[in-house]
Design a protein around this ligand. Structure first.
Ligand SMILES: N#Cc1ccc(NC(=O)NCc2cnc3scc(C#CC4CC4)n23)cc1
Length: 400
């Protein structure tokens, strides 16, 4: 803050917020690219069928190496990256981890890495692709409920449900994100009343995130397959060196798979409330590189600003103290609910599938299946979720 004058910081946050609003939730009605890119879009649109028919790798081998020069603007870049990301994950994991590949063919690797560099994102499918950019309104003039996804893995409506519930959770967070520049402004100008109101808006927004998720999860969904296709090629037994991006880098590269840890909304709320996840700080820091650049910058600007926590403590104001703690408890409750959902719909089904594999195919050594303990739905993921939930709970301001 020493280097940032208050108004610069405030302007910085508001400006970031606008960018954030554009890249996070703005309606990406764009669902098509110029016809030149039909080879990508046709494969991506047909992915479940090609994967289930074990045709995808053959189709990719036939794909021409296309230039990215005909892509115009942020939205076309995000849509092209989304399509190439789905194809890449399907290409790598179509065999469920038993027939892994070491090389991503240049027809995919070259444009995917070119676009990813332009967007400052890693060449692997991330949460901002498959959740924030992977949706459209079936009826453009209709209400938000008539949503559909643009691309999917095998698993039909389960994919759609999981991607869309994540999107609705993010959409509910928007009101809380919008309150953040107001909070920073209130701290800089000592506006205790507006600060308390804005904190109440954040708490309400986080409560709404949980309510929306619960309203969707009441219907069963076996979406653990999604985590098959969202799996890492970093620290993964199945691809110990990572993936060679043909025509881009000579050596293999490792990248993390998709995860809710890449959600910028939760990291915004953590930074706002001064919640430091010491044991996961390195991984969460890495995850910022897997977020849209505007989101990353918003979080970094927020982190460089005044401490809300210290300000509330310094005022000794009971109303602010209660409003702050309501935000913390709502965030802990959301994380507890996320753990329930992940256990019920990912970890338990994945464990059941591993047991079936062991019965059917003899001993499946740890790490020889994408459903290994280390996979997104594995116990490592659950330990991570529980650790950040517990740290959140402890972040309550103690009685004055
Ligand atoms: N590849 C990939 C890929 C990996 C993960 C996701 N989505 C995901 O984890 N959403 C989270 C979620 C699902 N259900 C519930 S209840 C509470 C929450 C929450 C939350 C915070 C806001 C993130 N959630 C999508 C794609």
């Amino acid at each position: 803050l020493a280097g940032l004058q208050g108004d610069t910081l405030e302007l910085g946050l508001v400006a970031r917020h606008e960018e954030y609003a554009y890249t996070a939730i703005k309606n990406p009605q764009l669902t098509e690219l110029p016809d030149y890119y039909a080879p990508w879009m046709n494969v991506a649109a047909n992915l479940p069928h090609l994967i289930e028919g074990h045709q995808l790798r053959r189709e990719v081998a036939k794909m021409p190496l296309l230039s990215t020069q005909y892509l115009r603007g942020h939205r076309q870049l995000r849509l092209a990256r989304l399509a190439l990301g789905f194809i890449t994950m399907g290409y790598v994991w179509q065999g469920g981890g038993r027939q892994t590949v070491k090389i991503l063919p240049r027809a995919l690797a070259v444009p995917y890495c070119t676009i990813s560099e332009l967007l400052d994102l890693p060449p692997i499918l991330v949460y901002a692709d498959c959740v924030l950019a992977n949706w459209k309104k079936r009826d453009p003039c209709g209400y938000v409920e008539n949503l559909d996804i643009l691309f999917s893995f095998p698993g039909g409506d389960s994919n759609k449900g999981f991607f869309l519930v994540s999107l609705l959770v993010e959409a509910a967070a928007a009101a809380g994100i919008k309150a953040i520049p107001i909070i920073v402004n209130a701290i800089l100008h000592h506006g205790l009343c507006s600060l308390e109101t804005a904190l109440q808006d954040v708490a309400l927004s986080i409560c709404k995130m949980r309510e929306l998720a619960h309203s969707v999860w009441e219907r069963p969904c076996n979406c653990f397959l999604l985590h098959v296709f969202g799996t890492s090629w970093k620290d993964n037994f199945l691809m110990p060196e990572g993936l060679v991006y043909e025509g881009v880098w000579d050596s293999p590269k490792q990248f993390f798979g998709g995860s809710a840890a890449q959600s910028s909304t939760l990291q915004c709320f953590d930074v706002l409330l001064g919640i430091q996840h010491r044991f996961s700080a390195e991984y969460l820091g890495c995850m910022r590189d897997y977020m849209p650049a505007a989101h990353r910058a918003f979080i970094q600007t927020l982190a460089s600003g005044p401490s809300l926590r210290q300000f509330v403590l310094a005022t000794g104001d009971a109303g602010l103290h209660a409003a702050f703690n309501k935000c913390v408890s709502a965030l802990a409750d959301l994380r507890s609910y996320h753990i329930q959902i992940a256990t019920k719909y990912i970890t338990i089904p994945a464990g059941r599938c591993r047991a079936e594999q062991q019965q059917l195919g003899g001993c499946v050594h740890k790490g020889t299946s994408v459903l290994s303990e280390r996979g997104t739905g594995g116990t490592g993921f659950m330990r991570f979720l529980k650790a950040i939930r517990d740290t959140t709970r402890k972040a309550q301001l103690t009685e004055q």
